[in-house]
Ligand binder design. Structure first.
Ligand code: C2E
Ligand code: MG
Ligand code: MG
Ligand code: MG
Length: 279
């Protein structure tokens, strides 16, 4: 029997089979085992208030440290985790871990967590958020959930209801990678959000006259709507100066700080955090 199974396995990896399909199956298998094997970790990247220069929070960014593949960037596994459904337990793990980490930060600092559309569509997401907050003792006002437009693309009742419920608890909703989707403005009109994060492709090209005009317009739009605008991918003083000159509220990027281990970010946060009492 073992022999015939071995033969089947061999046949499965026959050269006729698409190499991409094989690689994909192997990735799915490794990913599935990675959660119970505790191969995932979170890095944290600081977010700065441009006017005051103070750090106001940090974004949790997932890392997969695979024993065979090395460190795998989220762009190379999140989509697969979404397709297999693994993102639901994986995202829940990230939420709990991020909140538990932020519980040790100065109390005014926010924790931002990326959330996939698949998580929001799966029932019980709000419950898992409430549970992560309760377990860590972090108040809802300190949590920011970053969603992309794919979350809003299909206007499912579950997603809408869940987003409303979360905002009702005092959790902030941020629209990530703003400006890269099909209908950024349309979503902004239909879904109340608290923050927009200008995609880093705009910041990279901010030296271009037309791109600078778009960035200025997004910042103005945020001001008109009472929405916080954060610039992603700020790498140079020149970019930060332009953003400051145009009244952008927050900045995030390698210039302010690279994604770092929890212990390192805690040191940075304690030295640079705003010391106000507000949550
Ligand atoms: P994102 O949420 O837009 O995160 C920002 C990405 O830009 C991060 O990439 C970050 O490391 C990178 N970045 C930050 N500053 C700079 C900069 O100055 N220059 C450049 N070139 N890049 C910068 P990362 O960590 O590879 O994550 C990629 C994406 O994966 C994230 O984009 C997010 O969409 C997704 N992701 C990460 N963690 C999670 C998670 O826990 N759950 C879900 N669902 N998605 C996640
Ligand atoms: Mg994000
Ligand atoms: Mg982004
Ligand atoms: Mg992104």
């Amino acid at each position: 029997r073992a022999k015939s199974e071995g033969r089947n396995l061999y046949r499965f990896f026959e050269p006729g089979m698409d190499a991409m399909v094989q690689a994909r199956r192997a990735l799915e298998t490794d990913l599935e085992a990675a959660l119970p094997h505790q191969e995932f970790d979170l890095d944290f990247q600081p977010i700065m208030n441009i006017e005051s220069g103070e750090i106001v929070g940090a974004e949790a960014l997932m890392r997969w440290h695979s024993p065979t593949r090395g460190t795998v960037a989220p762009d190379n596994f999140i989509a697969v985790a979404e397709e297999t459904g693994l993102i639901v337990p994986l995202g829940e793990w990230a939420l709990r871990k991020a909140c538990a980490t932020a519980a040790n930060w100065p109390p005014a600092l926010r924790i931002a967590v990326n959330v996939s559309a698949v998580q929001l569509k799966s029932g019980g997401f709000a419950r898992s958020v409430i549970s992560a907050l309760a377990f860590s003792g972090v108040p809802a006002s300190r949590l920011e959930l970053e969603i992309t437009e794919t979350v809003l693309m299909d206007e499912s009742e579950t997603v809408l209801r869940t987003l409303r419920q979360l905002r009702g608890l005092g959790i902030r909703i941020a629209l990530d990678d703003f400006g890269t989707g099909y209908s950024s403005l349309g979503y902004l009109r239909r879904f109340p959000v608290d923050k927009i994060k200008i995609d880093r492709s705009f910041i990279r090209d901010i030296g271009n006259r037309d791109t600078a005009a778009i960035v200025r317009t997004i910042i103005g739009l945020g001001a008109e709507l009472g929405i916080t605008v954060t610039a992603e991918g700020v790498e140079t003083e020149m970019q930060l100066d332009i953003l400051r000159g145009n009244g952008c509220v927050e900045a995030q990027g390698y210039l302010i700080g690279v994604p770092s281990k929890a212990a390192d970010i805690q040191r940075l946060l304690k030295s640079r955090a705003l010391h106000s009492q507000t949550g």
